[in-house]
Write a protein that binds this ligand. Structure first.
Ligand code: FE
Length: 344
């Protein structure tokens, strides 16, 4: 889910069969999926769906450009379903008329109202929280508010990636939604004044900075902790992760800021019935668990348990605002980030 600038990998070539080729069970047609999520994460879900239904899943994987492609293809698009790693693209795609509403009770029952479109044009599937990685050695705190990050007591102690990264814009937009423009501007100024170094890097590199003693608190997404703790390719990341503890911030005004990955039925889905079956499957308890565990995220259905490693971080109260409302305020948040010259 890192934001990658890699281009669409030759879409024609990346059209792959996620179901088992040549299986005699595949007599029930296909469903075509455009997905921003990584093959390693989503392919096991497609395989489980094919096994259950005999419907073949054809997927186009890309890091960029799928919403644009949908728009250009228009009525001729083969895509039935769009899967994204963030709410912003769902809001964008539905705002451009590329979605159609879904009223299946099997989906509505599983996805909380604040994690889906008000008109049911898209649905969250997994959730991640934007939290504090606190130094185990130097900042043994058990609670913190987002507002406190601007308190001078943390002067020179905080590190984070650039303020205009979508993950941070989401957090700034949540602050904006709950507390208004002026309070958010002041908060950003205070937070900027508390930074140990200019914002740079990604979420994992903030844990590395805490490990290296450069700062005591970092702002990052929950799932990177799981990715670092289990990283056998770069085992030094395990040390970064062990140097920090996740603290779920809240605010007197709102709960912990969350973002979602999600799904959307396309406006002209040629295989609509099969697409609905796949959506119902993805919203099911079984699939949500598989999906969330694959990336150390939280299932959107609060009745489905996250992975053990994720559970060990403790529980939190997510913000109850609709994630779409936050996404719509991101441009306003970006303006404030520029205005206070947050990254300079
Ligand atoms: Fe990410």
């Amino acid at each position: 889910m890192s934001v990658s600038r890699r281009n669409v990998l030759g879409i024609g070539l990346s059209m792959v069969l996620a179901g088992s080729l040549g299986s005699p069970a595949l007599a029930n047609g296909v469903v075509n999926v455009y997905t921003y999520r990584q093959p390693s994460l989503i392919t096991p879900l497609f395989e489980a769906f094919t096994k259950q239904t005999g419907i073949e899943v054809k997927a186009v994987f890309a890091d960029n450009g799928l919403v644009e492609r949908l728009a250009q293809e228009g009525r001729n698009s083969p895509a039935d379903l769009l899967l994204t790693a963030d709410v912003g693209r769902l809001v964008e795609a539905s705002g451009r008329g590329l979605a159609q509403p879904v009223s299946s009770p099997a989906i509505l029952e599983k996805v909380p109202a604040n994690l889906r479109d008000e008109g049911n044009q898209w649905f969250g599937l997994t959730m991640r929280a934007r939290v504090i990685y606190a130094s185990v050695e130097r900042a043994p705190i058990t609670a913190i508010t987002y507002e406190e990050l601007a308190d001078p007591k943390w002067k020179g102690k905080i590190c984070m990636r650039p303020g205009n990264h979508p993950y941070n814009l989401g957090l700034v937009a949540a602050m904006f939604a709950h507390k208004g423009e002026d309070a958010t501007r002041e908060w950003l100024k205070g937070l900027k004044a508390n930074l140990a170094v200019k914002p740079s890097g990604n979420d994992r590199s903030q844990a590395k900075s805490v490990f290296a003693g450069e700062c005591d608190l970092a702002i990052a997404n929950t799932y990177y902790m799981g990715k670092m703790l289990t990283n056998e390719q770069e085992p030094e990341q395990k040390d970064w992760a062990k140097a920090v503890k996740i603290v779920f911030p809240s605010s007197p005004a709102f709960g912990t800021h969350v973002n979602i990955s999600g799904m959307m039925l396309t406006a002209n889905a040629p295989n609509k019935d099969n697409a609905l079956k796949l959506m119902e499957f993805l919203a099911s308890d079984e699939a949500q668990q598989l999906y969330a565990n694959g990336n150390f995220e939280y299932p959107v259905n609060p009745k489905v348990q996250p992975a053990e490693i994720v559970k060990a971080w403790g529980s939190f109260t997510p913000d109850t605002i609709n994630v779409a409302e936050v996404a719509r305020l991101e441009p306003a948040a970006a303006k404030l980030v520029d205005e206070v010259q947050f990254n300079d």
